[in-house]
Ligand binder design. Structure first.
Ligand SMILES: Cc1cc2nc3c(=O)[nH]c(=O)nc-3n(C[C@H](O)[C@H](O)[C@H](O)COP(=O)(O)OP(=O)(O)OC[C@H]3O[C@@H](n4cnc5c(N)ncnc54)[C@H](O)[C@@H]3O)c2cc1C
Length: 492
C-alpha cells in the first residue's frame, strides 16, 4: 500500500514544514548522510508504537501520526544540534526507543523529526565493587541483560518486552519488570543519568547511592515520556546472578485470600523476585490442566539469590500461603510461566478477528486492592459488548499492588471499534479512580491516558505543565502527550 493511500488520523495539529529539503540538508549535515531517511517505508515504520489502537488503525488503512524525517544520531552533540535546529524552526522532535510502548507515547502526532536511539547501544562499564553498569540509552533490553548474565550479573529488570524495548524507553515510561518485587522498578534501579534538555543542553546527574543535595531533579525525567529531555546514558544497579531459584505455587479460594498471603509475606520483609496472582478467569486460561487450581486463584512465586536466603524465603512464603489455606500446586505452574513469559500471541491475534482487545495496568494500596478489582469487573461486565474482563496482579509492595486488567469484546451494532475501545478504557480507569487507585502502574500516559491526568494529579498538574513550559518553551519535544487531552474520540 502506498503511503498516500493511508488516512492520517491526527492531522489538525500537524506542523507544516515550509522548506522540507532545506531542513533535510541541515539534518544531513548534523547526523551524516547515512543517518537520516525520508523514504516512505521508513516514515511508515515510525507512524506507530505497539499501542493496540495503532495496530488496528493500520489494518484499516489509517495511520496515527506521520513523521517528516527519521534520524539515527550517534553522538550527544548530534542530538543537541538537532534539538537546537528544531527550536529555531519550531519542528517537533520525538525520541524513539524500540516502539514497544503501549500508550502511543512514541507516535509522532504533530509530525516532525524522529530521533531513533538505536545507535546509542553500547555497554560502557561494569563496576563490580559498586555493583553498577553504565550503558547508552538506546541499548536493547535483552542485549544488556545477556551482556550482564555473561559476566555473572543481572539488572533484575526483566519486563515482558525485554527483547523489544530499550533502556531509555524503560526510564521514559517508568517501567516495571517481572522480577520487580525483589529488585525494584526502574526508578529504584537507575542511579545516574545523562539527559539532553529540549533546548539542546546536556545535563549529567551524578551516580551516587543517595545524596541530600536539594530536590531529586533526576526523578523528574524518570517518567518524562520523552517530553522533558532525551536520556542518552544511564547507570543502573546490578546484582550477582542468582545462585539458586525456588519455584513455588499455591491456589487460593478467593483473590482476597491470595492478597492476604502475599501481604503477610511482604510484611515479614520477604521479597520473592516474582509474585503473580491470577484471578479465577486467568487461572482457567493459563493453567487449564491444573486440577488443584480449578475455580481457584493461582499464585506463583520465584524466590532467588543466595541459596541460604532463598531457603528461608521459601519456608516463610509456604508458611504464609498455608496459613491462608493455600493448596500447594508444585513447581509445574511456575515452570510453565517461565517457559511462556515472553509469549504474547494472545494480544496480536485478536484484531484481525475484529475482537477489540487490550490490557491496562493500575496501582492501588492494599486496603482497596480487592475493591478496585471487583468494582472494575462489575462495571465492565455491565458494559454492552464486553465478552471478557480478567486480571492478574504482578507487582507488589509492602503497601500495595499493581493490577493488570485484560478486556475483550465486540462493539454493539452502530458503535465504532474506536468508541467501544475508548469507552472500555474509560470505564476501567473511572472505576479505579472512584475506588481510590491510580490510573497507571507502569505503561505510562502517552495519548491513551492524558485526558485523565487532571483528575489523577489534581491541581499539581498545573505545576507539571509549568515545568514543561519552562524546559520546552516552544513545545517541540514529543508534543501532544501527557499534558494535553489528545485522544481522538471515536464516533457512534
Ligand atoms: C508485549 C509487550 C510487553 C510489555 N511488557 C512490559 C512490562 O513487563 N513492563 C513494562 O513496564 N512495560 C511493558 N511493556 C511496555 C513497553 O515495553 C515499555 O513501556 C517500554 O519501557 C518502552 O520502551 P521502548 O524502548 O520500546 O520505548 P518506545 O515505545 O520507543 O518509547 C516510549 C516512550 O519513551 C520515549 N523515549 C524512548 N526512548 C527515549 C529516550 N532515550 N529518552 C527519552 N525518551 C525516550 C518515547 O518518546 C515514548 O514517549 C510491554 C509492551 C509490549 C508490547
Amino acid at each position: 500500500m502506498d503511503l498516500k493511500e493511508f488516512e492520517l488520523i491526527y492531522k489538525e495539529n500537524r506542523v507544516i514544514i515550509k522548506d522540507k529539503p532545506e531542513i533535510e540538508s541541515k539534518l544531513k549535515k548534523i547526523v551524516g548522510l547515512n543517518n537520516i531517511s525520508t523514504k516512505e517505508v521508513d516514515l511508515l515504520a515510525y507512524t506507530k508504537d505497539s499501542t493496540l489502537l495503532a495496530f488496528n488503525w493500520e489494518i484499516e488503512g489509517k495511520i496515527a501520526g506521520l513523521p517528516d524525517y527519521i534520524t539515527w544520531p550517534e553522538t550527544t552533540e548530534q542530538i543537541s544540534e538537532i534539538l537546537k535546529l528544531a527550536n529555531r524552526e519550531k519542528i517537533p522532535v520525538i525520541p524513539y526507543g524500540e516502539g514497544s510502548g503501549v500508550v502511543g507515547g512514541a507516535i509522532p502526532l504533530y509530525g516532525g523529526i524522529i530521533i531513533d536511539m538505536k545507535k546509542f547501544n553500547r555497554v560502557l562499564e561494569i563496576n563490580d565493587k559498586n555493583l553498577t553498569v553504565t550503558a547508552e540509552a538506546g541499548i536493547n533490553g535483552m542485549n544488556l541483560e545477556r551482556h550482564l548474565n555473561a559476566k555473572g550479573y543481572t539488572s533484575g529488570h526483566i519486563p515482558q518486552s525485554l527483547y523489544i524495548s530499550s533502556l531509555g524507553g524503560w526510564i521514559a515510561h517508568r517501567a516495571a519488570g517481572q522480577f520487580s518485587t525483589k529488585y525494584g522498578k526502574i526508578e529504584d534501579i537507575v542511579m545516574g543519568m545523562e539527559i539532553i534538555l529540549p533546548q539542546g543542553e546536556l545535563i549529567k546527574f551524578k551516580t551516587i547511592p543517595r545524596a541530600s543535595t536539594g530536590p531529586q531533579l533526576d526523578k523528574l525525567f524518570i517518567g518524562g515520556e520523552g517530553t522533558l529531555g532525551i536520556v542518552t546514558k544511564a547507570t543502573l544497579k546490578i546484582w550477582p546472578y542468582p545462585e539458586k531459584r525456588s519455584l513455588i505455587s499455591y491456589a487460593f479460594s478467593t483473590i482476597e485470600k491470595s492478597f492476604d498471603a502475599v501481604r503477610e509475606i511482604l510484611r515479614e520483609q520477604i521479597y520473592p523476585a516474582v509474585v503473580r496472582i491470577y484471578d479465577k478467569f486467568e487461572t482457567a486460561r493459563h493453567f487449564p490442566d491444573n486440577i488443584k487450581a480449578k475455580d481457584k486463584v493461582m499464585t506463583i512465586f520465584v524466590c532467588e539469590g543466595n541459596s541460604k536466603l532463598v531457603d528461608l524465603e521459601e519456608s516463610i512464603t509456604r508458611e504464609k500461603c498455608e496459613l491462608n489455606s493455600g493448596i500447594d500446586c508444585g513447581d509445574t505452574p511456575v515452570e510453565h510461566w517461565i517457559e511462556s513469559r515472553f509469549r504474547v500471541t494472545e494480544t496480536s491475534s485478536m484484531p484481525p478477528y475484529k475482537i477489540v482487545f487490550d490490557t491496562l495496568e493500575v496501582a492501588s494500596l492494599w486496603d482497596n486492592a480487592a475493591e478496585i478489582y471487583h468494582h472494575v469487573l462489575e462495571s465492565m461486565n455491565k458494559f454492552k459488548g464486553v465478552l471478557m474482563i480478567t486480571a492478574h496482579v504482578s507487582h507488589f509492595y509492602p503497601n500495595g499492588v499493581g493490577i493488570y486488567f485484560s478486556f475483550g469484546g465486540v462493539p454493539p451494532r452502530g458503535i465504532s471499534d474506536l468508541k467501544f475501545y475508548q469507552d472500555c478504557w474509560d470505564t476501567i480507569i473511572k472505576g479505579v479512580l472512584d475506588a481510590g487507585g491510580s490510573i497507571a502502574h507502569h505503561h505510562g500516559i502517552g495519548i491513551n491516558r492524558s485526558h485523565w491526568m487532571d483528575r489523577e494529579w489534581g491541581n499539581a498538574m498545573s505545576t507539571l505543565r509549568q515545568i514543561k513550559n519552562m524546559l520546552d518553551p516552544n513545545n517541540i519535544l514529543n508534543p501532544g502527550k501527557i499534558y494535553t487531552e489528545t485522544w481522538k474520540r471515536g464516533e457512534d
